[in-house]
Design a protein around this ligand. Structure first.
Ligand code: ADP
Ligand code: MG
Length: 228
């Protein structure tokens, strides 16, 4: 499990994915993609083109039918189930379209939860969680439950949770899809700030041209194939 190249965060080589069905559906037909440290990459394509499948495979949530996924230089296929869980916990964050917050936990508890699972001690986790909420502009809302926050604010809690883990890469699957345009714009601004000032690496799937316009790299996908 040695590291191959520190600059490359994610490498996808010859990725194919067929869902067996019936009927069998080929979602990805041979994807080669490399994401470098500091990239802000957008995957753009129509509904059904394979964006979610690509992100799920790149993040180790699903296995490819064929091909290799390298995360921080580590070939995911060489890992046991447990090692894969550990690597996913240490190296990446995933921001979903629905915010996936625990309704009974406050903002700060939602953020620190993943840190505690990872093994951080209580005091360090609380401090890190407060700092992360501060960074996303929710420093004064840390005690609030998700139901006491707007959709945009809930999405920011999800971003704070991703940020707190200091991952090598952040995956986001259509993160602005459930937000109104004001909240969508401020979420994108937040991503750009985190990318520029904290060198966080992003791979984001989106339909949203406002996300695409801010991206440093644009990757187009059509029928399971990259166009450029
Ligand atoms: P996108 O995110 O771009 O809308 P998806 O990656 O979700 O596209 O889907 C790509 C294709 O794979 C679609 O034809 C979709 O119906 C199919 N698909 C996705 N997930 C599954 C699954 N679990 N079982 C069968 N087919 C699937
Ligand atoms: Mg999708």
């Amino acid at each position: 499990m040695h590291k191959i190249n520190e600059k490359i965060v994610l490498g996808l080589k010859g990725i194919r994915k067929t869902y067996e069905g019936p009927p069998a559906v080929t979602a990805l037909s041979g994807i080669d993609l490399q994401i470098n440290k500091g990239d802000f990459a957008a995957i753009v394509g129509p509904s059904g083109s394979g964006k979610s499948t690509l992100l799920n495979i790149a993040s180790g949530l699903e296995k490819p039918s064929v091909g290799q996924v390298l995360l921080d230089g580590i070939d995911l296929a060489t890992l046991s189930r447990e090692q894969l869980c550990d690597l996913r916990r240490q190296s990446l964050s995933f921001i979903f379209q629905s915010f996936n917050l625990f309704p009974v936990l406050s903002a700060v508890e939602n953020v620190e939860f993943t840190l505690l699972i990872r093994g951080d001690n209580k005091k360090a986790a609380r401090q890190k969680a407060r700092e992360s909420l501060e960074l996303v502009g929710l420093g004064d809302r840390w005690k609030h439950l998700p139901s006491e926050l707007s959709g945009g604010q809930q999405q920011r809690v999800a971003v704070a949770r991703a940020l707190a883990l200091q991952p090598s890469i952040v995956f986001a699957d259509e993160p602005t899809a459930n937000l109104d345009s004001k909240n969508a714009l401020s979420l994108i601004d937040l991503f750009v700030t985190l990318n520029k000032s904290h060198h966080m690496t992003f791979l984001i799937s989106t339909h949203d041209h406002r996300v695409v316009d801010r991206a440093s790299r644009k990757v187009e996908i059509m029928d399971g194939l990259l166009m450029n």
